[in-house]
Design a protein around this ligand. Sequence first.
Ligand code: 2HA
Ligand code: ZN
Length: 272
Amino acid sequence: MPSIKKMSLNAELQKLVQNIGEVGHYLWERGWAEKNAGNISIEVTDLIEKRGQGFDNYQKVKREISEPLCGGRCFLITASGSRMRELRECSQESIIMLHICEELDGYHVLWGGEGIGANPTTEFASHLKLHSFLFENNPSQKAIVHTHPSHLIALTHIELYCEEKAINRLLWSMHPELKMFLPEGVGLAPYRCPGTEELAEVTLTALQEHRIVLWEKHGCLATGADVMEAFDFIDMINKAAQIFLLGRCAGYEVQGLTESQIKELKDRFGVA
Ligand code: 2HA
Ligand code: ZN
């Protein structure tokens, strides 16, 4: 009989679960989370108490884990099929806190995962791959949010803007604060089938230089110190895309900031 012991969440973990629920709701309100679109994860290893005492009493799900750096780490992650609009009210069904076994042969379910199957998101392998990259290269970034921001996706369907330089130039020119908050701009990953190793690979490449990656004709993935920060970045760049498309939909050419106005921002904020 598998054990069904569950951990009780300390105040910090409760807050993170609450934040995931809030962000899920924002994504839904923005219209970026149709059906079960999107997924969220955050690494929480340092917040798990009694770590040294092992996790043998918790349910173990066997599954090959191909990321050695994730062994022994703990994550909060949305469940496969969960709806962003339900994360807040149904957190125990829609979110799972798990511990990846050191042997990389599965994970323990520490909390949540009480919905059907208790499987983490179909993008689980991608999330682990990206977290592994972040552990080594940008350890302050603990959260990953993937969603379907409509205006940004629309831009990646337009040939002219489906190119990294062109889309960044456009986004910066639509929103003066973007240059200040996201001086490196967004990465653009070429289209790959959802849920695949190939998609994880192109995302990883784009993440080397960016905190936010647009997935051509699919969506966006952002990293952040926490889920709120990741959401803020997506919200901000989608706003820039929305302003452009609003002007176009109203039948006008959209001016955007001029090169000299963008240069003034760079000089003022001391960014590249
Ligand atoms: O989790 O959005 O890309 C559903 C998705 C997969
Ligand atoms: Zn998606």
